[in-house]
Design a protein around this ligand. Sequence first.
Ligand code: ASP
Length: 327
Amino acid sequence: MKRRSLVIALASAAALFATWTPAAADYPERPITMIVPFAAGGPTDIVARIAGEYMAKSLGQAVVVENVAGAGGTTGITRASQAKPDGYVIMMGHMGTHGAAPALYPALKYDPTKDFAPIGLVAGTPILIVTRKDFPAQNLKDFVDYVKANQNKVNEAHAGVGSVSFTTCTLLQSQMGTKTARVAYRGTGPVLNDLVAGQVDFACDQIVNLVSQIQAGSIKALAIATATRSDVLKDVPTTKEAGLPEFQVSAWNAIFAPKGTPAAVVAKLNAALVAALDDENTRRRLLELGSVIPDKAGRTPEALQALVESEVARWTPVLKAAGAVAN
Ligand code: ASP
């Protein structure tokens, strides 16, 4: 028995040493790039900059956000997935890039379930149906009726095939039985600008991008697609209250590193993220934008891996049924 336990001890020590490298031990020794696969000012960018600010303090090195937009976020994620797995390039992915994308891009250059080292979930982001402020519908029921009767005149804005806004409004239009014009942007930051300007009619977007414009009356929020109302938008009814109970959907934003990133580096990045989500000021900033902050169990790399696998499995049949596959 003694010999067997000695062999096991030596084997586990060897395994630990294999993941330990001098670089990992001293990581980080220089600034870290966080790729945000959408235009600046949108929900992913907002969440990345809030979390990154505290992570930088915790890690003792700058976390520099680099916006690499295109193809519903898959351009930036593809680039990040091919970076050197040393912890100096990480990425903010989400329910679109790491959940819906495989169904929408048959030739996708990465597999969300295999090609990353998950770091951790940052924020759940409930989805709202929003319109330009003078859109001729005062509630969700009128909106559905109007869009059905005028679908060749109405347009929807999204952040590209594979984005959260595209994915969730694909589901909405499928449930409404409508096919309006759909206008692609490099992120829902620019989408919001055109909604406020009245250039486009409606969108499905993440709450963190919308709260201040809704509160200012610059756009109209018809419903939130979660079971309960948001504490920061108490007057916005749920889709269930507003007569479209089947439209229940929420997004999430999470940090990933390239596959092969040393375990010691993943652990340091995860610890910095957990510290950020425990920091009062960071929490306040995320919560006042309507984010849902994961609990301790929801913040582990393992929990994120499980979420990605369940989201890919969930969205593939939904999007295929809706006939939404990129060419
Ligand atoms: N998350 C994207 C952005 O930040 C929007 C989306 O996925 O719809 O612009």
